[in-house]
Write a protein that binds this ligand. Structure first.
Ligand SMILES: Nc1ncnc2c1ncn2[C@@H]1O[C@H](COP(=O)(O)OP(=O)(O)O)[C@@H](O)[C@H]1O
Ligand SMILES: [Mg+2]
Length: 518
């Protein structure tokens, strides 16, 4: 009961901050019941005064999340990669979320390092700069020199940030469970599962050993790639709350003037970025998914260097093959083939019409066909594709959405470096190589086996009636047909009607709080 009161109060504070920024619209998204939503929206009436109506909703939400602190900044970043949940405009606005906070004192950083590594900072490093180089919601970075004289960047987790996450996440779970139990409509968005995924991602970001491992894996994959470098991890001075990497003496990618003064060939650099990004995606299935100017540098040898491995994407072989086939399909204008890929992989339910799907694909493919290749954005093409697949009831994998967002970022950066860049001209060797490796005779045997398996999976569903009424297979297993889900929902809602009263009690409590606090 007391726990519930605590969650409730925290929820109330969140709602108030959202209201102050006139950013309560996600409530509609969550299908929050009318009574609760109305009570919460009343808050807006009392609080909205300071809001500039000209600011678009996505930005208002971004400001509210920034004010709410680290958990919410991370939540916003996660939502930025989910236009399927947040909507295109809001997701786009959330990509510009500010993740810079005032630094915490160097003395606190020293205390954390000493506690983590069991030795005072002066014993671990021969020099340690107390002024942080950069400070964000989760961590900040200090420049230091190891006892062997190597310059390093020491990333230290913000004090208390893990505890704050724990508290906020338990409220998220409480709210998600409440919604799922009381409001059957929200089940479509699987709130508990979403909270679970979010909690897992954040847990990984809260443990800097995972980031160290990601840096290490990427460095290994990129070994020997000309023009690109990943800093080395210093494991002896790395632990859960401390990450030490080799210091990159470089010019930030955002500093055009300095790059020009250093005589850097920006066009060559753009080609390097596109090539290594596509290698990471298509060859390794492990890519840097936070590609913005602040995370990229050009070192003294003219290499492009990436830092910050907190957000990485992974694509399994099946997804990579899917991407390659789609790329090839659009390239050759074979829309029927692209449609088949979706059906064969079980991404789009068998109940959908393959010809209509191919037609929808043609609608996004043909306008591109007449254009110069350099005007085509593969990231935007994927975004359009996922919009279409959503209307055909394909549940897009979060990893593919992350790729799509990162692709847009990578393309944006490449264009910034070389406005004339021809993305498709830089990419074919990589992509063609992948197509050859994965669609040769060996791949054919694998594919045949896969096709047989997929046929077996569909056998139980051959009866048309059953297919319509019971369930359809997707890549993720059996998903209830909407009609069936509706029937179940209806029978459940009969049981739940009595519990609806609880929501009215919450609404009334909110109303009281509003009156007391305003
Ligand atoms: N190895 C490094 N060498 C030089 N500077 C670094 C290094 N790692 C991080 N930095 C600096 O610290 C900033 C923040 O580090 P980053 O890993 O990007 O943390 P965040 O997750 O907070 O963005 C970077 O933008 C960069 O300026
Ligand atoms: Mg960064």
């Amino acid at each position: 009961m007391f726990a519930a009161a605590g969650h409730f109060l925290r929820l109330f504070k969140i709602a108030r901050t959202l209201a102050r920024h006139d950013a309560l619209f996600p409530l509609d998204l969550l299908a929050v019941p009318k009574a609760l939503a109305t009570a919460l929206k009343l808050l807006t009436v009392f609080n909205r005064r300071h809001v500039n109506a000209a600011i678009p909703p996505g930005e208002r939400l971004a400001h509210a999340l920034e004010e709410l602190g680290p958990t919410f900044i991370k939540l916003g970043q996660a939502l930025a990669t989910r236009p399927d949940i947040a909507g295109d405009d809001v997701a786009e606005a959330l990509t510009r979320l500010q993740d810079r906070l005032p630094p915490f004192p160097g003395a606190e950083a020293r205390a954390i390092i000493a506690a983590e590594l069991g030795q005072p900072v002066d014993a671990l490093f021969s020099a340690f700069d107390d002024n942080a180089v950069a400070a964000a919601s989760i961590a900040q970075v200090h420049k230091a020199v190891t006892t062997d004289g190597v310059q390093v960047a020491v990333k230290v987790l913000r004090p208390g940030v893990r505890e704050a996450f724990g508290r906020d996440l338990s409220t998220f779970f409480w709210f998600a469970r409440l919604m799922e139990r009381r409001v059957p409509d929200t089940r479509r968005l699987r709130p508990v599962e979403v909270a679970q995924t979010f909690a897992e991602t954040v847990a990984l970001e809260m443990d800097l050993r995972y980031e160290a491992a990601a840096a290490s894996e990427l460095r290994e994959n990129m070994e020997g790639e000309p023009g690109f470098r990943v800093p080395r991890v210093m494991w002896p001075t790395t632990s859960e709350r401390v990450l030490t990497t080799e210091w990159i003496d470089g010019i930030p990618l955002g500093d055009r003037d300095a790059l020009a003064a250093a005589g850097i060939d920006m066009n060559a650099l753009a080609a390097v970025l596109v090539r290594v990004f596509l290698l990471q995606v298509m060859r390794d299935g492990f890519f840097h998914a936070d590609l913005h100017q602040g995370n990229l540098f050009v070192d003294t040898q003219g290499n492009l260097v990436a830092v910050d491995f907190g957000i990485m994407g992974r694509l399994d072989r099946k997804s990579r093959r899917y991407l390659a086939e789609i790329l090839r399909g659009f390239h050759t204008g074979n829309y029927r083939r692209i449609a088949e890929v979706h059906f064969e992989a079980g991404y789009v339910p068998r109940t959908k019409n393959i010809n209509s799907f191919a037609q929808a694909l043609r609608a996004i493919g043909e306008p591109i066909a007449g254009r110069r290749v350099r005007d085509i954005s593969f990231g935007r093409l994927l975004a359009q594709l996922f919009q279409i697949t959503a209307t055909f009831e394909m549940r897009t994998q979060p990893q593919l959405l992350l790729l799509q967002k990162t692709m847009v970022m990578a393309e944006g950066l490449a264009m910034y470096m070389d406005p004339e860049i021809n993305m498709w001209e830089v990419s074919p060797p990589v992509v063609q190589g992948w197509l050859a490796d994965n669609m040769g005779p060996d791949a054919y045997i694998r594919e045949t086996a896969e096709a047989t398996l997929s046929l077996l999976r569909y056998l139980p569903l051959i009866a048309d009636e059953l297919e319509k009424r019971a369930a359809v297979l997707t890549a993720e297993g059996i998903v209830l047909h909407p009609e069936t889900a509706r029937l179940i929902g209806e029978s459940q809602s009969r049981h739940l009607r009595s519990q609806g009263a609880a929501l009215w009690v919450i609404a009334a409590l909110l109303a009281v709080l509003i009156i007391i606090l305003n």
